[in-house]
Design a protein around this ligand. Structure first.
Ligand code: GAR
Length: 218
């Protein structure tokens, strides 16, 4: 029996987002299967998390490949071997190339710790603090060839508080990451996401509250 969506998670570090996805699968809120976890970093705790759940955990060292495209070809081979249908980047600190993007059209997701298009790239939380915004958050988006530029699937906003450090803001954002990433994957798994131009259409249309996050409160 395997008509479950096969997810391949790519992660370079701690893997708390991977854990959030595992937890939702374990508690039945997310109907999907993690077919493999791949890391460019042998010491990534994400690999250890995968092993604990009997999920195939692969280390693919980018330094063994002369260029990004060659590395992505190796990633692609591994993803195909595990029959991956959705690729979820979860703290994967590598720029991926059209080799992978073209093989998974609108089937690669990324989580970014800012409200895109604000603060793309590295150190998004620090960028937000340096800019002085009062609200930041996280974004799950489909991956296109740009850096954090693909169609937005879901976003969650959090206040930036006086005295916040990169650590405290990151922690507040991560709570939201762990909510929205499994949610985005669940929508994909149910066939609810359609991309039209830059816009991700969700069906059936979600019922929204009109609650706004205002900081400072008004
Ligand atoms: C997450 O905060 C994710 O948003 C960020 O890396 C962290 C990984 O945490 N990704 C990026 O900054 C991508 N540009 P995790 O390993 O605990 O899931």
């Amino acid at each position: 029996m395997n008509n479950l969506l096969n997810i391949g998670v790519l992660a370079s570090g701690n893997g708390s987002n991977l854990q959030a996805i595992i937890d939702r699968i374990e508690n039945g809120e997310l109907t999907a299967k993690i077919a493999c976890v791949i890391s460019n970093n042998a010491g990534a705790f994400a690999l250890e998390r995968a092993r604990r759940y009997g999920i195939p955990a692969l280390h693919l060292d980018h330094r063994l490949f002369p260029g990004r495209a060659g590395y992505d070809a190796a990633l692609l081979e591994a993803l195909r071997e595990y029959e991956v249908e959705l690729v979820a980047l979860a703290g994967f600190m590598r720029i991926i190339t059209p080799v992978l993007i073209d093989a998974y059209p609108h089937a690669i997701m990324n989580i970014h710790p800012a409200l895109l298009p604000a603060f793309p790239g590295l150190h998004a939380q620090k960028q937000a603090l340096d800019y002085g915004v009062k609200i930041s958050g996280c974004t799950v988006h489909f991956v296109d060839p740009g850096t954090d530029t693909g169609p937005v699937i879901i976003q969650s906003a959090v206040p930036v508080l006086e005295g916040d450090t990169e650590e405290t803001l990151s922690a507040r954002i991560q709570v939201e990451e762990h909510r929205v990433y499994p949610k985005a994957i669940g929508l994909f798994a149910k066939g609810c996401l359609k991309v039209e131009g830059r816009t991700v259409i969700i069906s059936p249309p979600p019922v929204l509250t009109t609650a706004a996050l205002i900081n400072p409160p008004a």
